[in-house]
Design a protein around this ligand. Structure first.
Ligand code: NAD
Ligand code: UGA
Length: 470
């Protein structure tokens, strides 16, 4: 293959959009097109109101997209087929959510979008093309792709499949893409497979140091992505399991995480106890791994990974139970202020957010729930509660939205912190003012351990934190 002139990202979501933008920024001679079936998503990518909230992303997109600073080489379009035809490399970045029906429902990933993208590439490509799995997929997906490409591809057109999983985290996507811990490229260990891996490595080489680009066999690469997310999620479930012991014994989970994390073999990151991990991937990918083990007749392995998800579910319901019992066993008619609805700070993404489960439980208790989140809209909260099984009449009846933390807390019996947005820390929110406008006793339940409990107690609050007993 000669020099890469044109690449295509299929799927203009949280991965395709930012990844395409950074690749374009760092390779000004390469035409980068990000395509999607959704016209509204593409229109948003072509505007200044990007479809995702990601700090620092807009300037990156504008520099490559707007031809003000340099010639344009980043394009967002719905012309999926035309773009595939021009591309030397096609990255598949479509969603692979957990199946909701059929065999493996609730566990296996739904590969329909991924297969449809593969079929589209096979049908459209007129020249040799490298296809890159960027979506998170089960191990051995490349073997299925190979069959489809072989059956549908035009005569004389060769395809090389690479696995190049994405490791960015939302909220820090730009930094993660600019300075990745590693770039993983899996290929078949054939001359053409290894050559394709070199072509992709060269594109990354324009900004990622060579020693951070790791090449492996394709199955290792596919499985390494699931392994990485499973190991990260497992750390959170482990610290959350310990948080329950802390609450019962008087130990403090922050001190436990700090003491354990000082051991360089353990390390300090991803040990922040919380109301539970959320996001579109941890749960989905751990379940994907567990389901794979099940289908490989490894029930003990499947059960091990399943327990990571089970602890997470338990942690969420444990937190709401603590709220109910602390508030004297009844929430009926009480106003409860919820601070934060996104699954973590610096994103407006609410997929699998712990807030969904907690709010659902509060509605079931007939509490009057008022939610404040600096980035999440009412429409999105309503949609999320709807798809997660709340009746919209109940949502209308019990849930309201506030535009600031003060309206949210006014007349409430408790403030519940569910997302660690910086503004909820003591410096940004005037807790004294909040105390004045709340009912008595005024409770704060910190599901993120971001508030200064001592200071709030001195103001008169009753404070309950994840991982700290009273
Ligand atoms: P997303 O839902 O934000 O975006 C996927 C996009 O693909 C949607 O806009 C959808 O319209 C589009 N799409 C689906 N089928 C299509 C088709 N046939 N042709 C064109 N467009 C199509 O998903 P995401 O969060 O970007 O995740 C994508 C993949 O990357 C998943 O497998 C996920 O596990 C993985 N991943 C996600 C993250 C993350 O932070 N969100 C990080 C690493 C890996
Ligand atoms: C995660 C991984 O960190 C990425 O490497 C991966 O690419 C991505 O999933 C993916 O495959 O989608 P993300 O879900 O965006 O990224 O965010 P994280 O920072 O990992 O947080 C996930 C959840 O765990 C959040 O709800 C967060 O609040 C929670 N969390 C995180 C904790 O409860 N404690 C921690 O110590 C860290």
């Amino acid at each position: 293959m000669g020099p890469v002139k044109s690449v295509c990202f299929i799927g203009a979501g949280f991965v395709g959009g930012p990844s395409g933008a950074v690749l374009a920024l760092k390779n000004p001679d390469v035409e980068v097109s990000v395509v999607d079936l959704s016209e509204t998503r593409i229109a948003a990518w072509n505007s200044d109101a990007l479809p995702i909230y990601e700090p620092g992303l807009l300037p990156v997109v504008k520099e490559a997209r707007d031809a003000e600073v340099r010639p344009q080489n980043l394009f967002f379009t719905t012309d999926v087929r035309g773009t595939i035809k021009r591309a030397d490399i096609v990255f598949i970045c479509v969603n692979t959510p957990t199946k909701t029906a059929g065999i493996g429902a609730g566990k296996a990933p739904n590969m329909a979008y991924f297969e449809s993208a593969t079929r589209m590439i096979a049908a459209e490509a007129d020249k040799d093309t490298i296809i890159v799995e960027k979506s998170t997929v089960p191990c051995r997906t490349a073997a299925n792709m190979r069959e489809i490409l072989h059956a549908i591809g035009k005569p004389g057109v060769n395809f090389e499949i690479l696995s190049n999983p994405e490791f960015l985290a939302e909220g820090t996507a730009v930094a993660d893409l600019m300075r990745p811990d590693r770039i993983l490229i899996g290929s078949m260990q054939t001359p053409s497979g290894l050559e394709a891996a070199d072509v992709l490595a060269n594109l990354y080489g324009s900004w990622v140091p060579k020693e951070n680009i790791l090449k492996t066999n394709i199955w290792s690469s596919e499985l390494a992505k699931l392994a990485a997310n499973a190991l990260l999620a497992q750390r959170i479930s482990s610290i959350n399991a310990l948080s329950a012991i802390c609450e019962a014994t008087g130990a403090d989970v922050g001190e436990i995480a700090y003491a354990a994390g000082l051991d360089t073999r353990i390390g300090s990151r991803m040990l922040q106890a919380s109301v539970g991990f959320g996001g579109s991937c941890f749960r989905k990918d751990v379940l994907n791994l567990s389901y794979m083990a099940e289908t490989l007749h490894l029930p003990e392995v499947a059960a091990y990974w399943q327990s990571v998800v089970a602890i997470n579910e338990w942690q969420k319901s444990r937190f709401t139970k603590r709220i109910i019992s602390t508030l004297y066993g009844t929430l009926t008619g009480k106003k409860i202020a919820v601070y934060g609805f996104s699954y973590k700070k610096n994103t407006a993404d609410t997929r699998e957010s712990a807030a969904i489960s907690v709010v659902k439980d509060l509605i079931a208790e007939q509490a009057r729930v008022c939610i404040y989140d600096p980035q999440v809209t009412k429409a999105q909260i309503w949609e999320e509660l709807d798809i997660n099984g709340c009746h919209l009449e109940d949502v209308e009846k019990y849930v309201s939205i506030a535009q600031n933390p003060y309206d949210c807390a006014s007349d409430s019996h408790a403030v519940i912190v569910l997302t660690e947005w910086d503004e909820f820390s003591n410096k940004d929110v005037d807790w004294e003012q909040i105390f004045d406008i709340m009912e008595r006793p005024a409770f704060v339940f910190d599901g993120r351990r971001v508030i200064d409990a001592g200071k709030l107690q001195r103001l008169g609050f009753r404070v309950e934190c994840i991982g700290r007993g009273n």
